[in-house]
Every structure is written in structure tokens, then in C-alpha cells.
Design a protein around this ligand. Structure first.
Ligand code: FAD
Ligand code: SF4
Ligand code: SF4
Length: 478
């Protein structure tokens, strides 16, 4: 019988690529995990038991063919692994880095369930495509033939770019409009380099540009061009504008200087990583060095803020969250990384007000957990009379994001939105009730994940191509 190359989970322990020590990684914005060495990637991929019904795959939003590319990696067929991996995922090397795998593929791996430690799916996925770039296997986007139809995409985040990639490969003329000066959306200006280095995103932007996608940057739709003008220019329009309205805090002193929004803080830091001039760093307003920093929130954005503040040289960094560790929305892996780097978490604590202007402290209300709410999470409730002041020179609000009011901003009352302000679109195709207008990613789902935006972008691109094909067939039949 041929030697069994897989099922090594009993003899081989789960092992992640080497993680840089906290003392070293606090000093820079580089990614904290190294790349797998070739032999290590093959060894780790070989731990997969090749399930007949792979739960990893069913819990991956893109339904990546995980067992097959793991087997190919384990048996040295890396180029085939790359080709298979990129069939279902537009940016596998990005998802491999930043998907919350513990909640998706890896969290549902049967080996994890049986107590052996999950297969390191994300790290292998990243390794496969990083290697493909190094080896020159990643080909330019060259459509077999050009099509006459054009699509205008508003928003150059993962949703818009995944759609642009798929449409362009099919020969469609694609123009992407974005109000920022670089494309990538939150992958460029939200997520810090220690999770996703910027050259990884820029490499994809360059590939799309070289493949014929036209980018119109520094173009704020609703100000520099109207939505209507974009509709008139193109045969279909895709909205992928994300969600950027910050949930705010009330309470006495909440308008004081030194209380800032997470998105502004992270954007400034990412701009500095590109070498841009950042006036808010020069004047200290979005800079943490020498300050006692308090971040309010328990999601991934809060984790990114606390770890950025550590790297900027804050004197102390505390994260206030109104529930406990078990009930926080952020990834446990990121909490552990933050703790290793020196962040202190203050659980069951909510801001009640602020002292000083500029801010000098947060009035903290102690909380306890009550009954589960509609989402199943236990609701925090204040403990009467238990409050104290947490000293702070910089307070960062990381309470989540909501959609901007697009119908009003764009003067498009017809644009169909839900009562939460997200754009109403078919979850399978992205089609809205406006003829030829599609929508994907966070602006449809509310704040979500890169992998879901990629899925939506790919699905909407397929639906748009189907629409064009049907229209072309109608013309041919006339
Ligand atoms: P976005 O990425 O937000 O892109 C939208 C684009 O539209 C932007 O470039 C914006 O400039 C542009 N735009 C908006 N309005 C206009 C307009 N009027 N005119 C022109 N352009 C416009 N997800 C993960 O999977 N893993 C993570 O680790 C992770 N970390 C995160 C950390 C932070 C700090 C944040 C904020 C989010 C994080 N997310 C993470 C979530 C993830 O980034 C988003 O779910 C994803 O980027 C959504 O993609 P999108 O294409 O819908 O929108
Ligand atoms: Fe896992 Fe995300 Fe990759 Fe899917 S895309 S296999 S969920 S890391
Ligand atoms: Fe392999 Fe785990 Fe997926 Fe099963 S669930 S196919 S063991 S990665």
C-alpha cells in the first residue's frame, strides 16, 4: 500500500510559523508571524485527516477547497495548490493573514474538536500564495477577449476589488472610484501592518491596475462626482463603500480634546507607515508616545488600537470593555497578542464620563453581567455606586461602525436602505431594487469581515456578467 502522506495529527503537533517575541515586535509595525519554512508547511498540512465532509470548508465563507490544497502542499504539489486556492479566493494570502480562523475554518476543524489542535489552515493558505508570488506563478490579469460593457465600482476595499478582479478577467471594462488616495479600503488604512503588511495589499492593487482596471482615486462620490453621473457612464454600478460612521459616546466631558475616533487614529498610523506626512502625529493629537492611553471597546478595532498605541511608545495602554473576556466580540488570538505586548484589559467596565479638557481621566462605571440579550450574549448592567477614575491623556473610541446616510449624502432618495442604513441588496447576487445597481460588503452586511466582502464581490461580479450575457443574447435574438 502506498505510504499515507496525510493524517499526521496524531504524531505531529500543531505548530504555527514562528512568532516574534513581544519585546521585539513592540518596536515596529511588521507582521508578527514569520513565513512557514517549506518543510514545516508540508508537515503541518499533512496533519489534515482529509475528512469526507470537511467542516473547515463549510465554515469558510468562500468554501475554499481546503483539504485538497492541504494534500497538495503536503505532497510537494505547491503550484497546483496555488492554482486550486486562487480559484475560490481572490486574495488568499490576505485571508490567510487576517481571517479570524478560530471562528471560521480552524475553529471547525475536526482535529480541533478531537483535542489534537486544529490544522493551521490560514498559515498554509498564506504560505501557498506568498510562495506563488515569489516563484512567479501569479500571472497577470489578461482577459481572453474584451467586452464592450463597463462597470463603475464605488469603493476600493476588498468587496470592490474582488468584483473588479473577476469582472476584468471576464473582459469587462472596470473603473473603481475611491475617496482615498490609495486603494485597498480598510485593508490599506484600517488594519495595521502588524496584522497585514501594506506591500501585500499594494501588490494586489498593482496587479489589478496592470490588468486594465482603471482607478479614479481622491474621488469622493457625492462631492466630486454624483452617483447619477456614474450610473450614466456605466452599464452597471457596484456599491462597495463600507461603513465609516463611528458609534459615539455620550456623558459629561465626551467632547473634550484628546478623545478621538479609532478610524482616525488607525488611518493616521497607517499613513505614517507609508511614509506620508501626518500632521496629527506632528501635533500629537493622534500620537500616543508618552501618554496614558485608554481604548474603549472590545472588538478587533479596539485590539488594533491598543497594539498600535504600544508601538507608538505609550506609557500605559488599557482597554475598557463592558463585558468579560468570554463575551467580547474580538478574536481571542488578538487579545492574547495584545496582552503579551503589555496591554492591560479592564473587563466589566464602561465609561460614564470624562474629566478634564484636554482629557485627563475616564470615569469608569463597574458592570456585572445580567440575562442574555436577543443575540444570546449576557447584557452588562451597572453596579450601583461602583465607579472610579482611570487616568488618561488619550482616549480612543472603538465602539464599532455604522453606515453613512448614503441616500441623503448622495441626494438619491431612491437608493434602497434598511432601517439600519445598510443598502438593501440580495445576499446571493448583490442586486438592489435599482436597475443595474449592485451592492456588496460592509455597506450591505454592516461591519463584517474581509472574507465576506470578497465573497460578496465575487458573487455580484458573476451576477453582473450573467446580466450582460442575457442582454447580449437578447440583442442577438432580435
Ligand atoms: P471597505 O474596506 O471599508 O472599503 C470601502 C471603500 O469605499 C474605502 O476605500 C472608502 O474610501 C470607499 N468609499 C466610501 N465611501 C465613498 C464615497 N462616497 N466615494 C468614494 N469612495 C468611497 N476584517 C477581517 O476579516 N480581519 C481583520 O483582522 C479585520 N480587522 C479590522 C480592523 C479594523 C480597524 C477595521 C475597521 C475593520 C477590520 N476588519 C477586519 C473588517 C474589514 O476590514 C471589513 O469588513 C472590510 O474591509 C469590508 O470591506 P468593504 O469592501 O465592504 O469596505
Ligand atoms: Fe479560513 Fe479565511 Fe482561508 Fe476561508 S478564507 S480557509 S475562513 S483563512
Ligand atoms: Fe482537514 Fe480539519 Fe478540514 Fe478535516 S476539518 S479536512 S482535518 S482541515
Amino acid at each position: 500500500m502506498a505510504k499515507q502522506p496525510m493524517l499526521k495529527f496524531v504524531t505531529v503537533q500543531r505548530d504555527m510559523p514562528e512568532k516574534r517575541g513581544p519585546e521585539v515586535r513592540r518596536e515596529d509595525f511588521h507582521e508578527i508571524y514569520a513565513e512557514f519554512a517549506d518543510a514545516k508547511a508540508a508537515e503541518q498540512a499533512a496533519r489534515c485527516s482529509q475528512c469526507g465532509v470537511p467542516y473547515c470548508q463549510s465554515h469558510c465563507p468562500l468554501h475554499n477547497n481546503i483539504p485538497d490544497w492541504l494534500r497538495m502542499t503536503a505532497t510537494g504539489r505547491l503550484k497546483e495548490a496555488y492554482e486550486l486556492s486562487q480559484e475560490t479566493n481572490t486574495f488568499p494570502e490576505i485571508c490567510g493573514r487576517i481571517c479570524p480562523q478560530d471562528r471560521l475554518c480552524e475553529g471547525n476543524c475536526v482535529i480541533e474538536q478531537s483535542g489534537h489542535g486544529t490544522v493551521t489552515i490560514g498559515a498554509v493558505e498564506k504560505y501557498i500564495t506568498d510562495t506563488a508570488f515569489e516563484e512567479g506563478w501569479v500571472e497577470d490579469i489578461v482577459p481572453a477577449s474584451e467586452r464592450p460593457e463597463s462597470v463603475g465600482i464605488i469603493g476600493a476595499g476588498p468587496g470592490g476589488l474582488a468584483a473588479a478582479d473577476r469582472l476584468r478577467r471576464a473582459g469587462v471594462q472596470v473603473t473603481v472610484y475611491d475617496r482615498y488616495d490609495r486603494s485597498g479600503g480598510l485593508m490599506t488604512y484600517g488594519i495595521p501592518g502588524f496584522k497585514l503588511e501594506k506591500d501585500i495589499v499594494m501588490r494586489r492593487n498593482a496587479q489589478l491596475e496592470k490588468g486594465g482596471v482603471e482607478f479614479v482615486l481622491n474621488c469622493n462620490v457625492g462631492e466630486d462626482i454624483t452617483f447619477q453621473e456614474i450610473r450614466e457612464k456605466h452599464d452597471a454600478v457596484l456599491l462597495a463603500t463600507g461603513v465609516y460612521k463611528t458609534r459615539d459616546l455620550g456623558g459629561p466631558g465626551s467632547g473634550s480634546a484628546g478623545i478621538v475616533r479609532a478610524i482616525d487614529y488607525l488611518t493616521a498610523s497607517n499613513r505614517a507607515s507609508f511614509g506620508d506626512d501626518v500632521p496629527e502625529h506632528a501635533d500629537g493629537s493622534l500620537w500616543a508616545e508618552g501618554k496614558r492611553v485608554v481604548v474603549i471597546g472590545g472588538g478587533d478595532t479596539a485590539m488594533d488600537c491598543v497594539r498600535t498605541a504600544i508601538r507608538q511608545g505609550a506609557t500605559s495602554v488599557k482597554c475598557l470593555y463592558r463585558r468579560d473576556r468570554a463575551n467580547m466580540p474580538g478574536s481571542q488570538r488578538e487579545v492574547a497578542n495584545a496582552e503579551e505586548e503589555g496591554v492591560e484589559f479592564v473587563w466589566m467596565a464602561a465609561p460614564k464620563g470624562f474629566k478634564g479638557d484636554p482629557v485627563s481621566g475616564v470615569v469608569v462605571q463597574r458592570m456585572r453581567l445580567g440575562q442574555p440579550d436577543a443575540t444570546g450574549r449576557r447584557s452588562p448592567e451597572p453596579i450601583e455606586g461602583e465607579e472610579y477614575t482611570e487616568d488618561a491623556d488619550l482616549v480612543i473610541k472603538a465602539l464599532g461602525f455604522e453606515p453613512e446616510d448614503l441616500p441623503t449624502l448622495w441626494g438619491e432618495e431612491e437608493l434602497p436602505v434598511t432601517r439600519w442604513g445598510t443598502v438593501k441588496a440580495d445576499f446571493r447576487t448583490g442586486a438592489t431594487d435599482m436597475d443595474g445597481v449592485y451592492a456588496v460588503g460592509d455597506i450591505v452586511r454592516g461591519a463584517s469581515l474581509v472574507v465576506w466582502a470578497i465573497k460578496d464581490g465575487r458573487d455580484a461580479a458573476d451576477a453582473i456578467i450573467e446580466r450582460f450575457n442575457a442582454a447580449a443574447a437578447d440583442i442577438a435574438a432580435e
